[in-house]
Ligand binder design. Structure first.
Ligand SMILES: [Zn+2]
Length: 243
């Protein structure tokens, strides 16, 4: 049976059969991957402790006809500080669920991998609240090719920096006053600028921006609305999201 090795972040786990578990992973080279960990729910399992949710593991896998099998797993990094904080753990669950929805199987996506790894590290270092959530969601849209239009009116193309704009989730970005409709939300220039930065920069950079947390809190619902229109139901932090 051919085998291969990869690094992966555990984004989901499902019990399977009597003692097995299906592990869902995000990997840099193979994108999203599901693999069976056999006997992992037995007390004597050697791999069990290495396949924790949100851990980064080095895996050896054997190719199977339907599902690949994990033949060995070694935990190399784990966001330890996450487990004692309900709010940050809920964000990690939401991030895992978003990645699970957006990442492609069997397709190299190293930038998505780096994004999730960076987000989990930031949460473990104490990041919390709407700013990291909005950053994760907007940057994910950018990396996956769904970035909202934030430079010019999506309807008429106007790009006057002194004009007022509104955000229109259904139409995919900002609209000028003339093109705004009942579904658009007036979007202050500072918020538009923040959204551009959140789409392009790492969290360590954007977390330094003065006033970013307040602007993020007021505009996060519009980002969820964008997900709802273009990528299915929005995913918000909370344990209602079982992954
Ligand atoms: Zn317009």
């Amino acid at each position: 049976m051919p085998s291969y090795q990869t690094t992966g972040l555990v984004i989901g786990r499902t019990n399977f059969g009597e003692a097995d578990r299906i592990i869902r992973l995000l990997t840099p080279q193979y994108g999203k991957l599901s693999a069976v960990a056999r006997g992992v729910r037995k007390i004597k399992s050697r791999t069990a402790g290495h396949l924790e949710l949100f851990g980064e593991v080095v895996l050896q896998l054997a190719t199977g006809r339907q599902l690949d099998t994990i033949t060995s797993a070694r935990l190399v990094w784990y966001p330890h500080a996450l487990t004692d904080d309900y709010g940050r753990l809920a964000l990690a669950y939401a991030f895992g669920a978003l990645i699970d929805r957006i990442a492609q199987e069997h397709q190299a996506q190293p930038e998505l991998y780096e994004h999730l790894r960076e987000a989990l590290a930031a949460l473990s270092d104490g990041a919390a609240g709407p700013l990291i959530e909005l950053w994760f969601k907007l940057r994910l849209l950018q990396l996956a090719g769904y970035r909202p239009e934030l430079q010019r009116c999506v309807a008429c193309g106007q790009d006057n920096p002194d004009a007022s704009y509104a955000f229109d989730a259904a139409r995919g970005g900002i609209v000028c006053t003339a093109c705004a409709s009942a579904g658009s939300h007036a979007m202050p220039t500072n918020t538009i600028k923040l959204w551009r930065l959140l789409s392009d920069y790492p969290y360590t950079t954007v977390s330094q921006i003065t006033g970013a947390a307040t602007l993020a809190a007021s505009s996060l619902p519009w980002c969820d609305e964008f997900y709802e229109h273009h990528l299915g139901k929005a995913i918000r932090p909370g344990f209602g999201t079982i992954i």
